[in-house]
Design a protein around this ligand. Structure first.
Ligand code: ATP
Length: 364
């Protein structure tokens, strides 16, 4: 396995810049998820590593070797796509062995590698079947097996689970994670599903508009989002974001919104004062908010819009001015639409963003 290094990589399609000066390093044996909304440049980035697209500027190194000008077949990289592209008329055994046959590997060696991969992926009993006789999850495992037999330096996966139903996705997610742990493989995995990225990856590369927004461990991306985009993209439900102005009133710093104001704790006041202007955005996850039925000091007045029970938790959607705030509550609790409530914010877990630069202002 190998390390993959992106250095100031740019990809343009005509005048359009799909990947803008992206730099990051995937460590040997790491599982990195490239995540972001549709059109942010994930697939383009993956195709640049695979060699399916030419790099406009910058360089990509795999295992210390510059691969910009290498032919795709010489890159020693295996790709698993969302449509598995299995050969319909070949058996699973033949599908698995095909990449090796093309490389003129000796037959006994092909048999050994195919059987090894089949055992690892628990598809030995399916070896003589054809793809149409397999479930979606089984086909996905065969596609993975076909990449595996090549023993590549890097695995690239482009939304490999997106064709599966919800239950199977969760199961395959765990299997892929296990596969990575067992092999200690270097994996770069594209998904638009932030939960998939959070649960599987060692690191997440969050992209938007061709720009790498944050590259960090999932816990860090979740608890210390670099900017408003990451804060809004990672986590479900998304982080609540409330625009406010900063006002210093005789030593107490307030965040003032439409119809509410909140005296900031010393930690948050110090952050707010570092903003480039007087406008900030407060960021609070649903689990850091407390709902009160009666007026409570330093709590923000709001009106319940709707209530969403999910079983373990109930999500109350409350309107603060024109913004909707989501608060998780105990399912036993009675809340009804149009009810007046007050939202208390846990200021130890509140984030302050600079409204002008959209960057998070970290506490000292
Ligand atoms: P999705 O999740 O929808 O697959 P993505 O993040 O993988 O999206 P890319 O496929 O990498 O996005 O595309 C990035 C941007 O580049 C998009 O705006 C897309 O329209 C544009 N793009 C992709 N291929 C081409 C092309 N051949 N010519 C021009 N623009 C392209």
């Amino acid at each position: 396995m190998a390390q993959v290094e992106f250095r100031n990589v740019v990809k343009t399609y005509g005048a359009f810049e799909a990947v803008k000066d992206v730099s990051f390093t995937v460590g040997d044996g790491e599982f990195v998820a490239l995540v972001g909304p549709s059109g942010c440049g994930k697939t383009t980035t993956l195709n640049l590593i695979a060699g399916l697209l030419d790099i406009t500027n910058g360089e990509i190194n795999v295992g210390g070797r510059r691969i910009n000008d290498l032919d795709p077949k010489d890159r020693d990289i295996a790709m698993v796509f969302q449509n598995y592209a299995l050969y319909p008329n070949k058996t699973v055994r033949q599908n698995l062995g095909f990449p090796l046959k093309m490389r003129k590997v000796a037959k006994p060696e092909i048999t050994r590698k195919v059987e090894e991969a089949a055992a690892l992926l628990d598809i030995t009993h399916l070896l003589e079947r054809r793809p149409r006789e397999l479930s979606g999850g089984q086909q996905q495992r065969v596609a993975l097996g076909r990449a595996l037999v090549r023993d590549p330096q890097v695995f690239l996966m482009d939304e490999p689970l997106s064709n599966l139903d919800a239950k199977l996705r969760v199961q395959m997610r765990a299997e892929l994670k296990r596969f990575h742990q067992d092999l200690n493989a270097t994996v770069i995995y594209v998904t638009h599903d932030q939960l998939e990225a959070m649960t599987m990856a060692d690191k997440m590369a969050v992209m938007s508009g061709g720009v790498l927004q944050q590259y960090d461990a999932p816990e860090r991306v979740f608890s210390e989002p670099a900017n408003l985009f990451v804060a809004g993209f990672v986590g479900s439900p998304a982080m609540n974001l409330l625009p406010a102005s900063v006002e210093d009133r005789g030593g107490t710093v307030y965040a003032v919104g439409q119809g509410w104001e909140l005296p900031l704790s010393p930690r948050n006041a110090a952050c707010a004062k570092k903003a480039s202007g007087s406008e900030i955005v407060l960021g609070a996850r649903h689990s850091t908010l407390l709902l009160h039925d009666t007026e409570t000091p330093d709590a923000i007045p709001a009106k319940i819009y709707t209530v969403e029970p999910t079983g373990d938790l109930t999500y109350a959607h409350a309107e603060v001015d024109a913004k909707t705030i989501v608060i998780s509550t105990d399912p036993q609790r009675r809340i009804r639409a149009d009810q007046q409530v007050w939202i208390e914010i846990d200021q130890e877990r509140l984030h302050i963003f600079d409204a002008a630069t959209e960057e998070r202002i970290p506490p000292d």
